[in-house]
Design a protein around this ligand. Sequence first.
Ligand code: FES
Length: 331
Amino acid sequence: MADAAEMTKPSTAAAPRPGEQTMQVRLRALVWEAPGVLSLELTAPDGSALPPFEPGAHIDVKLPDGTLRQYSLCGDPNDTSHYRLGIRAISGGASSSYVHRKLRPGDLITVSTPRNNFPLVDAKHYIFVAGGIGVTPFIPMMREASAKSRSWTLLYCNKRNEDAPFLNEIRQLGGEISLHSSEAGTRLDVAQRLTAVEKDAVVYCCGPESLMTAVEEATGAWPEGTVHFEWFAPRSRPADETSGAFEVVCERSGLTLSVPPEKSILEVLGDAGIEVPRSCEQGICGTCEVRVISGDVDHRDSILSSSERAANATMMTCVSRAKGARLVLDI
Ligand code: FES
């Protein structure tokens, strides 16, 4: 939006895609949502409206100490006077530690414009499977589903039910909530709950890797496009995975580059002066996605679905590589 907070230009000459521009925002408030979980309210420094976002969207947050992380927007998409994020303090997590220990109302931070890798598809019924702070992208989704008179069930997994972030707010949103607590011995039996395909339902999952893989395995028989995941950390890779050398042909730039085993495509492109936007560099945000013209991609990201991987139309240049000797990319 033209009246949004002060913008800086992205590094490419092409029109910026969602999430490629950055802006300064001011921290308006910090609120305790649960033990170890703070919500942050961010506004434009001049009070103007922020760029709009859809349920499921995230922003990159660059903190004053230089750390960069992606957080889901968990406020109301109909209210762009501010963004809201939910951040759990994680032991050893540089960003969350900085937010909890140092960030205070009035501070300015740099964020990206919203980007959505986790859009809410239309469905008659939604099953949201959340592990702890993984509930954040679902709050706007549940709000929208209720506004469209769609039913939803939240399977909400926490160590203790009383520590479930945003629970009181979610209870006002009008769906069915099923609480699961490892400490109370009511852990979610994912296989039992999700193995049977439910007609007209879609599944969304966000949480720790153990929950994500359990849902992935349980829903193997669900139709393509009915199960959706958002990874906050890259999924584990095989311990014996190797990376070979290959060539990348940059169709638009007219360059052919060698990618050695120890470097990513993104790094090699940067060394050659071809700037591709980047953020997480872990295959979880989608910022470095480029179009593939030819060649088989060894997809190593945590974003693309199995059908998107099979289509071989795009790739994440920060982690994915070539299966063969050569890739031709639209850059
Ligand atoms: Fe985030 Fe590549 S920079 S997926």
